[in-house]
Design a protein around this ligand. Structure first.
Ligand SMILES: [Zn+2]
Length: 104
């Protein structure tokens, strides 16, 4: 889900075309780093979070089917684990991404 791509872009800090490291989360660019002068362009956190949320919405589409299967196989276990699961999943995804973003 996190990709780094090396390309060549015009840097407005060192005023030349330089090798640039682009970091993506999902389909969104979150960071561009000029390898010549080291200048880092960061993309706003608002757009980062909106891409995390849309990614989670895509994953959640398969969830009702899996849950229905589980109710059928283990009705009592399902009742106990349901609230925790629904709450913990998006939180965990967001936390992983946030940590990866802060480290980079
Ligand atoms: Zn530069």
């Amino acid at each position: 889900m996190i990709k780094e791509i090396k390309t060549s872009l015009y840097c407005s800090w060192c005023l030349s075309e330089a090798p640039t490291l682009i970091t993506y989360i999902g389909d969104s660019i979150v960071k561009m780093e000029c390898q010549s002068c080291g200048h880092v362009y960061r993309i706003s956190k608002a757009s980062l979070y909106s891409s995390i949320l849309s990614e989670w919405e895509k994953r959640a589409l398969t969830k009702p089917l899996r849950l229905a299967e589980e109710i059928r196989n283990h009705p009592s276990r399902f009742v106990l684990s349901f609230p925790f699961r629904v709450l913990s999943k998006p939180f965990r995804v967001t936390k992983e991404l946030a940590q990866a973003y802060l480290k980079s």
